[in-house]
Design a protein around this ligand. Structure first.
Ligand code: SAH
Ligand code: DHB
Ligand code: MG
Length: 229
C-alpha cells in the first residue's frame, strides 16, 4: 500500500482520536521554518509516547534526540508539573536544534518540565547517573549508537522502566544481513543484543503511516536477577 494512503489514514486518525493542538502544530512549523528535517514522530506516535508515560505514572523521562521538541512536548505534557517532580531531560547534539526546541517548549508551556542539554549524547549521558532513575527513555537520535543508548537507558532506569526506540525497521532494512549502512547496522545490533538480554523484556512493532514504513522497539526493564523473557 502506498504512502499517500497511509498518510490519508493518519490524517483521519489525527482528526478523530489524536487531535494534536496548536502548540504541537506550531512546533512542527517552527522546525520546518528553521530548515530542520521533517523527521519528528507522527502525531499518533507522539500520543502513544504520552499514553505510555501516563500508563506507568512516569515522573522522570529521558529523551535522546530532540530536534524541534515535538516528541518532547507530547512527553512533557504526560508528566506531573515540575513542582510535583515532573522532569524531562532531552539530549541534542545540534545547538541550533536545541534553540528551536527551547522556543517550542516555552510556546507549549512545558519549559519548566522539559530541559534540553546540548552535546553528543554519549558525552552527556554519564552525567545523568545522579539524576535518575528515569521511568522512561525515548531513543530517537543517530541510529549508529542505538545499542549504546539502549545500554545507558537500562543503566539509568529501574525495574519497571520502559524504553522506546524509534526507527528500528527502516523500510524493512532491519532484516538485510548484507547491509553496510551504519544506521541499519545499529538497529540490527540492537536486535542481536536483545536476543540474549535478560535485563529487559522487549518487542518490536512495525508501523506504516505518514512517516512511511518503519517501527519501534518497546522494552520493559526486568526486576534485578529475575529475567522474564
Ligand atoms: N525526537 C524528535 C526527533 C529527533 S530527530 C521528535 O520526534 O520530535 C534526531 C535528532 O537527534 C536530531 O535533532 C539530531 O541532531 C539529534 N542527534 C543526532 N546525533 C546525535 C547525538 N550523537 N547526540 C545527541 N543528539 C543527536
Ligand atoms: C531519521 C531520523 C529519525 O529519528 C526519524 O524518525 C526518521 C529519519 C533520519 O535520520 O533520517
Ligand atoms: Mg525518529
Amino acid at each position: 500500500m502506498p504512502l499517500d494512503k497511509w498518510s490519508a489514514v493518519d490524517d483521519y486518525i489525527n482528526a478523530s482520536v489524536v487531535r494534536p493542538d496548536e502548540a504541537l502544530e506550531a512546533a512542527l512549523r517552527a522546525t520546518a521554518e528553521a530548515g530542520m528535517p521533517p523527521i519528528a514522530v507522527s502525531a499518533a506516535q507522539g500520543k502513544l509516547l504520552a499514553i505510555l508515560a501516563r500508563m506507568i505514572g512516569a515522573t522522570r523521562v529521558l529523551e535522546i534526540g530532540t530536534l524541534g521538541a515535538y516528541s518532547t512536548i507530547w512527553l512533557a505534557r504526560a508528566l506531573p508539573a515540575a513542582s510535583a517532580g515532573g522532569k524531562l531531560i532531552s539530549l541534542e547534539i545540534d545547538p541550533k536544534h536545541a534553540d528551536v526546541a527551547r522556543k517550542n517548549l516555552v510556546n507549549a508551556g512545558v519549559d519548566a518540565t522539559a530541559e534540553v542539554r546540548v552535546g553528543p549524547a554519549l558525552e552527556t549521558l554519564p552525567a545523568l547517573q545522579s539524576e535518575g532513575p528515569f521511568d522512561m527513555t525515548f531513543i530517537d537520535a543517530d541510529k549508529v549508537n542505538i545499542p549504546a543508548y539502549f545500554d545507558w537507558a537500562v543503566k539509568l532506569g529501574r525495574p519497571g522502566s520502559i524504553i522506546v526506540v524509534d526507527n528500528v525497521v527502516r523500510d524493512g532494512k532491519l532484516i538485510d544481513e548484507s547491509t553496510t549502512d551504519p544506521n541499519v547496522e545499529g538497529v540490527r545490533r540492537l536486535h542481536e543484543a536483545l536476543s540474549s538480554d535478560g535485563r529487559v523484556t522487549a518487542t518490536t512493532i512495525q508501523t506504516v503511516g505518514s512517516k512511511g514504513y518503519d517501527g519501534f522497539t518497546v522494552a520493559l526493564v526486568n526486576p534485578a536477577g529475575n529475567p522474564a523473557g
